[in-house]
Write a protein that binds this ligand. Structure first.
Ligand code: BG6
Length: 521
């Protein structure tokens, strides 16, 4: 595996730890080597020391033998990505490492670099004869995000990469597809006959997807300010999750079949007309606030962020999947930085019962019935409470779980109804190890399984949906950018995306601060 951007943060934080975990679990072949390439000049030794330190972070400082074996397979080559000569030297070094490790001329190139280098590196590899596959030797290119900046740039990047690599060789990573719980959406749906008949507009009222982050932009203000929440999280990760929720069952579990079905979902997304952007999309930016944990800085006070920035750190949108299964069902998707918690979850809201049989109990019990959970306490006003609609909550992270909320009869007089939860937590599975998303995807890339990687047409289709929103924001600065206090659940305006009065976002936990101080910016 040749890692471009080897001296960068992603390599130390995700790629090398992911590879090491695969090694520890016996999933890497004996004949394996890493050649790190980067602008920084570094010896093999220094690269190994740095990576060893990254792997030992938090450990007791005693390297186990398998760590030493793994670190011994790491190599480093300085590369000026802009010079053709650099790729010649890289090719020589690669040949030497390949011969020593016995890796048979099979190379995975991982582009863990800023996106401006994707094209030059792919072209440089091709120029040095390292792109084309021959004599049973394979060459694959894993491309990090962001893949494009809008529809046009994504198309151009696909075109450029296709000049040197075939689509079969290109693996566009979206680490959300590597998450066990995202993959489990497919198993839950297609390995249980109980759900599939219910998984339609006939029974489902709406679908909610939340990707909330507690952190702010941390040290990435410079990058983030040119991106924003819609590009950073929705165009890729959250639409991929929607793809899993909404797709038709594939005929078999092969990359082409699965990816064909997700592309059909993206192609069915009803475009949001620029005139509808205000009604269907709410954008926000966090402002400084005082929370129970102390003061939190506003986005414009973060390092690398211009003081007058109008970048979205929060976005919520309502859209529709125009096909037979989902016609008329609203999909509500939101994501934001500096929300009260890190939680990614899907909430499938089932329809209300058409007739509330238990909504109006006889007068004799309206004074309250004993609450089984609360010693002697009585449940107030059961008379008015019509049964709440059932929900299926799929918690992607953290505390990975599935919860079905449905109504039961409260024991005692009358027919008081209460919503209860039946749940399954991954943590309850004996011996479960939830691999990091990168670990899974790195392995898939090496064994040539592209099922969980995004195909060119899928990426373009997602950009096609998102780009008109970005254009409307750019061209019509009057579209509000709502301020929301760091630590709150985002702009109150996002509640207005629900079509029916009384509906609101499912909030897994309360705000950390008073949600007042709503400023329109
Ligand atoms: C990345 C985004 O792709 O995904 C980050 O660039 C974001 O801004 C991250 O924090 C979220 O990933 P996860 O796995 O922590 O939900």
């Amino acid at each position: 595996m040749v890692i471009f951007g080897a001296s960068g943060d992603l390599t130390a934080r995700k790629l090398i730890p992911g590879l090491y975990e695969l090694h520890r679990r016996g999933l890497l072949p004996d004949r394996f080597a890493v050649l790190g390439a980067g602008r920084t000049g570094m010896s093999d030794d220094r690269f190994r020391r740095t990576m060893r330190a990254a792997l030992q972070d938090g450990g007791d400082g005693q390297p186990p033998p398998e760590l030493e074996r793994f670190v011994g397979a790491l190599h480093y080559q300085q590369l000026d990505t802009g010079s053709a000569g650099g790729y010649g030297k890289l090719a020589e070094r690669l040949q030497a490492v390949d011969a020593a490790a016995g890796t048979g001329g099979n190379f995975v190139y991982y582009l863990a670099t800023p996106p401006s280098l994707f094209e030059p590196i792919a072209g440089g590899l091709a120029g040095a004869g390292l792109a084309a596959e021959r004599d049973g030797e394979w060459r694959r290119l894993i491309v990090e995000k962001p893949f494009g900046y809008d529809l046009e740039s994504a198309r151009r990047l696909n075109e450029r990469l296709h000049a040197w690599f075939t689509e079969r060789q290109i693996y566009r990573i979206d680490h959300y597809l590597g998450k066990e719980t995202v993959q489990n959406v497919l198993v839950l749906r297609f390995a249980n006959e109980v759900w599939e008949p219910l998984w339609t507009r006939a029974t489902i009222d709406m679908v909610e997807v939340t990707g909330a982050e507690q952190v702010g932009v941390e040290q990435r203000g410079g990058y983030y300010d040119g991106s924003g929440a819609l590009r950073d999280m929705v165009q890729n990760h959250l639409l991929q999750v929607v793809g899993m929720i909404a797709m038709e069952p594939p005929a078999h579990f092969l990359p082409s079949a699965v990816r064909n079905e997700t592309v059909k979902v993206f192609d069915s997304l009803r475009p949001i007309d620029p005139s509808q952007v205000v009604e269907q999309v709410v954008r926000g930016q966090y402002t400084g606030s005082l929370t129970t944990d102390g003061a939190l800085a506003g986005y414009r006070e973060e390092a690398g962020v211009p003081r007058g920035s109008r970048t979205d750190t929060y976005v919520a949108l309502r859209f529709y999947v125009d096909n037979r299964r989902w016609a008329g069902v609203p999909f509500l998707v939101r994501t934001g930085k500096r929300l009260p918690a890190r939680v990614t979850e899907i909430v499938i809201h089932f329809k209300q019962v058409p007739h509330h049989l238990f909504g109006t109990p006889p007068a004799s019990v309206t004074s309250g019935v004993p609450d089984p959970a609360g010693a002697g306490r009585r449940v107030a006003s059961v008379s008015a409470a019509a049964a709440e609609a059932s929900k299926l909550i799929i918690r992607i992270q953290p505390d990975e779980a599935i919860q079905l909320r449905c109504n039961v009869k409260l024991p005692g007089a009358g027919f008081a109804v209460r919503q209860v939860a039946m749940d399954f937590r991954y943590a309850d599975l004996a011996d479960t190890y939830l691999p990091d998303a990168y670990e899974r995807l790195l392995l898939d890339g090496m064994i040539g399984d592209a099922t969980l990687y995004a195909r060119a047409d899928a990426i373009e289709s997602c950009w096609e949906f998102v780009t008109p929103i970005l254009t409307a924001w750019r061209e019509r600065p009057g579209i509000p950018l709502h301020g929301y206090p760091a630590g709150s659940w985002g702009p109150a305006a996002a509640s207005g995306l629900f079509e029916r009065p009384g509906h609101d976002w499912h909030s897994p936990m309360p705000s950390l601060c008073e949600p007042g101080g709503r400023v329109e910016m």
